[in-house]
Design a protein around this ligand. Structure first.
Ligand code: AMP
Ligand code: MG
Length: 448
């Protein structure tokens, strides 16, 4: 039994003709491993990549106790309940970026600016606007105004030297970039970029620039998929349109497997007559074909193209690349064969391929949870399959989240994907939705 078949057979209630969407996710978690190669890159180049090593804090941030306000620093031990305090400012103002001032005597304080090192022995800051100055030039602090330690930031309160500041598997976000910079770290170790090849299959597909012809449609899947992949931060290899013809498909799969970690195709995975894709995928790899209990998006192929097939190109018009970047650990290049219908291709990508690619990229971060929103209308839903309906989420006048459907849910209607800002996810066991029911919504923000 092949590895994919073995994992599939172990899925609960495995049924290749009506597989639960949740089982596909579980399958991919078992099949897909993170790549192993890493590289060290400067902070700006690391944006959107995944950390391949814990970043250990070489220093503490802030490096010293400092003032959180413009005011006067004093020894908080002098505070006592119900008692006002009178303090005499001494010495120069403590400024940010200068060495620490002090020590001072009892009854004295030091004028201090935000970010300045706390003078030796002083632990509390009274903000300027909360003080009065008397005729002698002393400052007066009203009773019970402050607690000891107020308005002081402690050394290491953001990050402590020697601790994990950023964990392996975390995405390198703008916040992480700033945090690394705050530690004085100029570069980080990240996984190398994932390489993903993408092509569309179909005799009816026109490429941009070709004149329209009867019975033909423009290839849109490649553009939605290339866009989604670019957003994900992978290196995309655009392989264009491939005809429904065995030799072209074979050449394309071999060529893609020679240079990519994963191949994403669309079209030709349902059991139609003109679809040679299934046969060719089976011949070149360890691929399973499913009908998933979902809508839109039923047919899908998942598996690997064999690693040892990559170099020996028989009918290939394009030479296989000399450098091979396949996933060494797991032997071979991942293959995701998506359905041809444009919305089905996008939904299948979002539901299954995107999480799997993130895993290959080394990410261990869970995606954001779905939102819960009130559905403003009744939706028909058959129990026994997962439905992804295009939705528009907005806020009610009193600030609650609500969602409406974009209307027609045809699996070819890309216009509905453009109008939508999320997918209403109607789960496997769920039945009809009544107006006013709460539903889960997967938001598109940052993804589409
Ligand atoms: P298939 O999965 O190949 O049977 O295709 C299903 C439907 O999706 C057919 O109507 C195709 O014309 C359409 N289709 C397939 N691939 C694409 C594509 N790349 N762009 C736009 N429509 C497509
Ligand atoms: Mg087709």
């Amino acid at each position: 039994m092949t590895r994919t078949a073995q994992i599939a057979a172990e899925l609960p209630d495995y049924d290749p003709e009506a597989l639960r969407a949740s089982a596909v996710g579980a399958f991919l978690e078992r099949l897909v491993a993170p790549i192993t190669e890493t590289e060290e890159v400067g902070l700006l180049d690391a944006l959107g990549r995944v950390l391949a090593q814990d970043l250990i804090s070489p220093i503490s941030v802030p490096p010293h106790d400092n003032s959180a306000m413009d005011g006067y620093a004093f020894d908080g031990a002098a505070l006592s309940p119900g008692q006002p305090l009178r303090l005499r400012p001494v010495g120069a103002t403590a400024l940010a970026g200068k060495a620490g001032a002090g020590p001072v005597d009892a009854g004295e304080c030091v004028r201090i600016m935000t970010g300045a090192v706390m003078p030796a022995g002083l632990d509390t800051v009274v903000p300027l606007e909360l003080t009065r100055t008397d005729a002698d030039g002393c400052i007066l602090i009203a009773a019970d105004l402050l607690r000891r330690g107020a308005n002081r930031r402690l050394a290491g309160e953001d990050l402590m030297q020697g601790r994990v500041a950023l964990a392996k598997g975390e995405p390198f976000t703008p916040a992480a970039m700033g945090l690394a910079a705050s530690l004085g770290v100029p570069s980080v170790t990240v996984y190398r970029r994932l390489r993903v090849a993408c092509f569309s299959t179909g005799d009816e597909l026109l490429s941009l620039g070709e004149p329209p012809r009867a019975g033909a449609v423009y290839d849109s899947n490649r553009y939605t998929l290339l866009g989604l992949l670019t957003r994900l931060g992978v290196q995309v290899i655009d392989m264009g349109v491939v005809r429904d013809e065995p030799a072209s498909l074979e050449a394309a799969l071999r060529h893609a497997a020679g240079q990519a970690d994963a191949i994403i195709t669309s079209g030709g995975v349902s059991a139609g007559d003109a679809d040679h894709t299934r046969r060719m995928m089976k011949q070149l790899g360890d691929v399973v074909f499913w009908r998933i209990a979902m809508r839109p998006g039923r047919p899908m192929a998942v598996g690997r193209i064999h690693a040892d097939l990559q170099a020996e190109s028989t009918s290939s018009a394009q030479p296989a690349s000399a450098s091979s970047y396949q996933n060494e650990d797991s032997g071979g290049c991942m293959l995701f064969g998506l359905p041809g219908n444009p919305v089905a291709a996008m939904v299948s990508f979002l539901a299954f391929v995107r999480p799997a690619l993130l895993r290959m990229m080394g990410s261990t971060r869970a995606g954001p949870p779905p939102l819960r929103a009130t559905c403003t209308e009744a939706l028909r839903k058959k129990p026994g399959r997962t439905e992804y309906q295009r939705g528009v989420v907005s806020r009610t006048a009193d600030g609650r989240l609500q969602v409406r459907s974009t209307g027609h849910q045809g699996s070819g209607m890309l216009s509905s994907m453009v109008q939508a800002n999320g997918l209403i996810v109607l789960h496997h066991g769920q039945g009809d939705v009544a107006a006013g029911d709460m539903v889960d919504v997967m938001m598109f923000d940052g993804v589409i």
